[in-house]
Design a protein around this ligand. Structure first.
Ligand code: HEC
Ligand code: HEC
Length: 192
């Protein structure tokens, strides 16, 4: 086991990074996630979210929801079924320890005042924090891919995804127009 962990550490940590940060142990199973969620949890694939910097509990809940069928697992159907509770705990801790994604480079420029006019009354920052870094069961939004944010908000709006927090996300998204969703998504994606 020790050799597997060491080998993965060497794979995941670039030398410069290893010098400035304590080693982050990647659980072996995290290798199967790279194809879609990217190296060190920063996604370069359309519709696949970045996982780096997500709160530990948030990631654990989402994996349990997808495994148990409360959230549509989509392309993750096969993989998520095989995850043990232990795998899920390790994955939650691992992604939470990774540096969060930088501002999404290809986010479309948006009018911040318009974004705030949509988000302010809905109190998005109350739960997701002022810097949108997330906390506890509430996901990080800053730097997330806009294509994924759009899909997530539409899934909450239609009720396809219900989520934690007593349906709070369904409630705040039900009155959003498609243009509002696109605007918020690009605004959040560009956040550091
Ligand atoms: C074939 C591509 C693919 C693979 C492999 C894959 N995922 Fe995913 N994953 C996705 C997609 C696409 C979504 C978004 C689903 C949606 O739209 O609701 C997702 C969503 C997630 C989410 C929810 C994130 C959020 O912000 O809500 C987590 C957590 C996650 N994946 C973890 C993993 C882990 C851990 C692995 C490896 C064990 C893995 N995934 C393997 C494609 C993949
Ligand atoms: C009352 C608390 C609360 C408020 C207000 C709130 N959220 Fe959320 N949000 C949550 C929780 C909890 C989750 C995790 C839901 C789950 O378990 O799927 C979440 C998830 C999300 C996700 C999915 C993240 C991911 O990676 O899958 C997006 C996008 C999001 N919220 C955007 C917003 C926006 C935009 C607003 C304001 C219009 C908002 N939220 C307001 C609590 C809140």
């Amino acid at each position: 086991m020790r050799s597997v962990v060491t080998a993965l550490f060497v794979m995941f940590a670039a030398p410069a990074y290893a010098q400035s940060q304590p080693p982050i142990k990647a659980p072996a199973i995290a290798q199967t996630c790279i194809a879609c969620h990217g190296i060190r949890g920063i996604s370069t694939s359309k519709d696949s979210p970045s996982l780096a910097g997500q709160p530990d509990i948030f990631t654990q809940y989402q994996l349990v929801f997808m495994r148990d069928g409360q959230r549509q697992p989509g392309v993750m159907a096969g993989i998520v079924k095989t995850l043990t509770d232990e795998n899920i705990r390790e994955l939650g801790a691992y992604y939470a320890a990774l540096a969060p994604p930088p501002p999404f480079a290809k986010a479309e420029p948006v009018d911040a005042a318009k974004a705030n006019a949509i988000m302010g009354p809905r109190r998005c920052a109350n739960c997701h924090k002022d810097d949108f870094s997330g906390q506890g069961e509430t996901g990080r939004l800053a730097g997330q891919r806009p294509d994924y944010l759009i899909k997530a908000l539409k899934d909450f709006r239609s009720g396809a995804r219900r989520g934690r927090g007593m349906g709070a996300m369904m409630e705040v998204s039900v009155t959003l127009q498609d243009e509002d969703i696109a605007l918020i998504a690009h605004y959040l994606a560009a956040k550091p």
